[in-house]
Design a protein around this ligand. Structure first.
Ligand code: NAP
Length: 248
């Protein structure tokens, strides 16, 4: 059964990792896919080709999630090209880890702007489109560190905690118009982002995970599929942890 037929999904940061897996799983379920990338142009072109070959409409847009202006242009361009935006996945994110005493203002601002301000930048114009459609699902990718904190990630954890407050607030604002807003809080997922961690830190993390393994990008994507589809039609304002039991 295809769960997203005749729907258009806009996914940010889909050139790699979790975003790429979400685009792939959504396309397998019949959605047309608009996605963004920032620096990985070749990977984005390859994804566009791969998705299009599966018979759905797919287009990659180079758009800096941290830019308010670029988000307004993106939303307009996708709406014009695809005719609707039924699902928005705010996934683009980055880390610039350091202990507080060594954390620069530049690295604080960069992470807050890419991870948190980005959600405001794009949810605002897309929710305007969804309001007119009287339907929509917004999925924001937070993190379990947004709930529990993590030494060396004050900037990242703050951005991910902010996403949860934002998600719950707009769930309240937009719910009466049949627009749902939920967050996913992944735990320790195998992507380029976690590849950078030291072996010591990985061993330490794994010890605390009841399932005793890292998660895959596809496992996060399957949760996003649930929140994007009508299977979750009464789920609004929630945070779904996908973390092997790490956060409970
Ligand atoms: P990743 O492999 O590093 O991929 C990050 C993606 O975000 C790339 O496609 C990248 O695009 C895009 N991106 C980064 N900055 C951007 C910007 N300014 N504008 C537009 N796109 C931008 O990361 P990931 O592990 O898949 O993470 C995806 C999301 O899940 C992030 O929000 C992350 O915080 C969250 N998360 C990940 C984990 C984990 O364990 N991996 C855990 C919890 C939460 P380009 O390559 O084109 O620049």
């Amino acid at each position: 059964m295809k769960l997203l037929e005749n729907k258009t999904a806009l996914i940010t940061g889909a050139s790699r990792g979790i975003g790429r897996a979400i685009a792939t799983v959504f396309a397998q379920h019949g959605a047309n896919i608009a996605f963004t990338y920032f620096s990985s142009e070749e990977k984005a072109k390859a994804l566009e080709k791969e998705l299009s070959a599966s018979g759905i409409k797919a287009k990659g847009y180079k758009s800096n999630a941290a830019s308010y202006e670029e988000a307004q242009e993106l939303s307009k361009a996708v709406h014009q090209e695809f005719g609707s935006i039924d699902v928005l996945v705010n996934n683009a994110g980055q880390t610039k880890d350091n202990l507080l005493l060594r954390l620069s203002e530049e690295d604080w601002d960069a992470v807050i702007e890419t991870n948190l301000k980005s959600i405001f930048n794009l949810s605002k114009p897309v929710s305007y489109i969804m309001l007119k459609q009287r339907k929509g699902s917004i999925i924001n990718i937070s993190s379990i560190v947004g709930m529990k904190g993590q030494a060396g990630q004050a900037n990242y954890s703050a951005s991910k905690a902010g996403i949860i407050g934002f998600t719950k607030s707009i769930a309240d604002e937009l719910g009466s118009r049949n627009i749902r807003s939920n967050a996913i809080a992944p735990g320790f997922i195998e992507t380029d982002m976690t590849e950078e961690l030291s072996e010591d830190l990985k061993t330490q993390f794994l010890a605390g995970i009841p399932l005793k393994r890292m998660g895959s990008a596809e496992e996060v994507a399957n949760s996003a599929l649930f929140l994007a589809s009508d299977l979750s039609s009464y789920v609004n304002g929630q945070v779904l942890s996908v973390c092997g039991g790490l956060n409970r």
